[in-house]
Design a binder for this molecule. Structure first.
Ligand SMILES: NC(=O)c1ccc[n+]([C@@H]2O[C@H](COP(=O)([O-])OP(=O)(O)OC[C@H]3O[C@@H](n4cnc5c(N)ncnc54)[C@H](OP(=O)(O)O)[C@@H]3O)[C@@H](O)[C@H]2O)c1
Length: 219
């Protein structure tokens, strides 16, 4: 996280919080973060890999730095942090991991090609880890939200695309928390998102590619 102020809101609920700011787009940031947690004696029983970036536009016209940042944050940092923190959970036979993917995980996404591809990676990794870690006391849940009312679209330069947020962040968080605590493998937020995601997975891509491109295009 780069914004070290928000978790202080948790203290209103009686929780204590330690804020460690880290730019996960930087190579080695996950290892540095894991090292800081260790040196401070902070044991992690629940890991929520939420950080993520999008970017809209034709691939060959995208800002190369934005492409790199999406790969670093959505894939590399998520993978490295999970790899570094899960062994401790497994040794204690207790732990929960939440990977935030997307309904974008279920099909290729013209005009957000890199973002959709990174989220397909997250879903694939999450399901495989959930299977591998059966019986260890560690569960891995992959959360697949649909369009959600956060800063995501603005940050992705996608404020004026056809796809509009249909769910609040609080509703997504509640669904994700329930799935995490239940140890579910994959959760898609809401019926409409489930229909869209499974349609994206099973419908012919000759249909989903133009449909997704239209949703990712300016209104
Ligand atoms: N909103 C949607 O429609 C939607 C749909 C499906 C999936 N998702 C996924 O949901 C997750 C959360 O995104 P959001 O919707 O909440 O968007 P957001 O409001 O833009 O939040 C992005 C999050 O990523 C963190 N982040 C961004 N760049 C970072 C960096 N360089 N280093 C460390 N942390 C960084 C931000 O932390 P700071 O604010 O502290 O920088 C923030 O917590 C992402 O993985 C996204 O792909 C979103």
């Amino acid at each position: 996280m780069t914004n070290p102020t928000r978790p202080l809101a948790l203290e209103a609920y009686g929780a204590s919080s330690v804020v460690i700011a880290a730019d996960l787009a930087k190579p080695g940031a996950a290892a540095e973060l894991a090292g800081t947690l260790d040196s401070r004696g902070l044991r992690i029983d629940v890991l929520v890999n939420n950080a993520g970036l999008g970017g809209v536009g034709r691939f060959d016209q995208m800002d190369p730095q934005r492409v790199s940042d999406m790969l670093m944050i959505n894939i590399v940092a998520l993978t490295e942090l999970t790899r570094l923190l899960v062994p401790g959970m497994a040794s204690r036979r207790r732990g929960r991991v939440l990977l935030v993917a997307s309904t974008a995980s279920f099909q290729p996404g013209p005009r957000m090609a890199v973002y959709f591809a990174t989220k397909a990676y997250v879903l694939s990794l999450g399901e495989a880890l959930a299977y591998e870690l059966r019986g260890t006391g560690v569960t891995v849940t992959t959360l697949c939200p649909g369009a959600t009312a956060t800063n995501f679209f603005k940050a992705a330069g996608a404020n004026d695309i056809a796809l509009r947020p249909a769910m609040s962040a609080a509703a997504v968080a509640r669904i994700g928390y329930r799935a995490l605590t239940a140890g579910r493998r994959v959760v898609i937020t809401g019926t409409l998102n489930r229909i869209l995601a499974l349609g994206g997975r099973y419908a012919p891509h000759s249909l989903t590619l133009p449909a997704t491109a239209a949703l990712m295009s300016r209104r």
